[in-house]
Design a protein around this ligand. Structure first.
Ligand code: ATP
Ligand code: BTN
Length: 255
């Protein structure tokens, strides 16, 4: 039982010991008509996913692997805004519970001391111009003590980065996350995008740094100067022109 402060987000919780991916399960449930706010959580994911079909390491009992079903009345182009909502909620929740200075790397990574501590995967089901449902998946490495070889240099957990290296209470963190998520989601659906953007900017690890944006067919380099209303990143190139980058298929490197 979760002792939640949120009303809609987490009003129904589907808990699994082991599942392929909470996002996949949440999409199935949403397809069958599951209501807004239902949350799917698992102790372990055998097929946890990142963007572009990449694998997300989700060992048993170590992290928060959670997906939220949303049914906002928005157009599909606004959907990336929910990745910002989730990122702000997750960063605030971690900061509130642990005091650790988690930052957001555009578009969907949570960073701690330059390593990846979490990520967000937003998936959309829409007809032309109308959103049917959106699943927002959040993964946070909480009590992981080590990572597989290929992640060792790039991944970390809250426990590893904590001074005392004590185990953290995942339930407390999850409750705080769902509470903060609800707060930011309400801001989003009531048109308070500016407030979310402002918070996002305050938590950003990306703005004002020099970045290389690697897309499917081109590479852009420049200074990340701002985020626009839809969550697109504005990159100012050396010649002074500004490119608007939407999150789709790009990877970002700080250089
Ligand atoms: P980049 O911008 O660096 O290309 P990305 O944010 O596009 O990365 P995603 O596809 O969003 O990458 O995330 C998946 C990647 O995250 C994997 O390819 C892997 O490198 C890394 N990863 C997988 N599991 C974890 C984990 N538990 N913690 C941190 N990083 C992980
Ligand atoms: C990324 O950095 O690419 C995003 C990783 C998102 C991982 C979470 S864990 C819960 C949810 N279920 C998944 O399969 N992925 C997301």
């Amino acid at each position: 039982r979760l002792n939640l402060n949120s009303r809609i987000i987490g009003s129904e919780v589907k808990y699994y010991s082991k599942i392929d991916s909470t996002n996949t399960e949440a999409k199935k449930l949403a397809q069958m008509g599951e209501k807004e706010g239902t949350v799917v959580i698992a102790e372990e994911q055998t097929g946890g996913r990142g963007r572009k079909g990449r694998a997300w390491n989700s060992p048993f009992g170590m992290g928060i692997w959670v997906s939220v079903i949303l049914r906002p009345q928005i157009s599909p182009v606004e959907a990336p805004g929910l990745t910002l909502v989730a990122a702000v909620a997750a960063a605030k929740a971690v900061r509130n519970v642990t005091g650790l200075p988690v930052k957001i790397k555009w578009p969907n990574d949570l960073m701690l001391n330059s390593k990846k501590v979490g990520g967000i995967l937003t998936e959309l089901s829409a007809e032309i111009e109308v959103v049917n449902f959106i699943v927002v998946g959040i993964g946070i490495n909480v009590n992981n003590e080590s990572f597989p070889e290929e992640l060792r240099e790039i991944a970390t957990s809250l426990k590893i980065e904590q001074a005392g290296k004590e185990k953290l209470d995942r339930v407390q963190l999850l409750c705080e996350l769902l509470h903060r998520f609800e707060e930011e989601y309400f801001a989003f659906i009531t048109g308070r995008q500016k407030e979310i953007l402002k918070q996002w900017k305050g938590l950003s690890d990306t703005l004002s740094s020099i970045v290389r944006v690697i897309g499917p067919s081109s590479i852009i380099e420049g200074r990340a100067v701002d985020l626009d209303e839809t969550g697109a990143l504005l990159v100012e190139k050396e010649d002074g022109s500004v490119e608007r980058i939407i999150s789709g298929d790009v990877s970002l490197r700080s250089i």
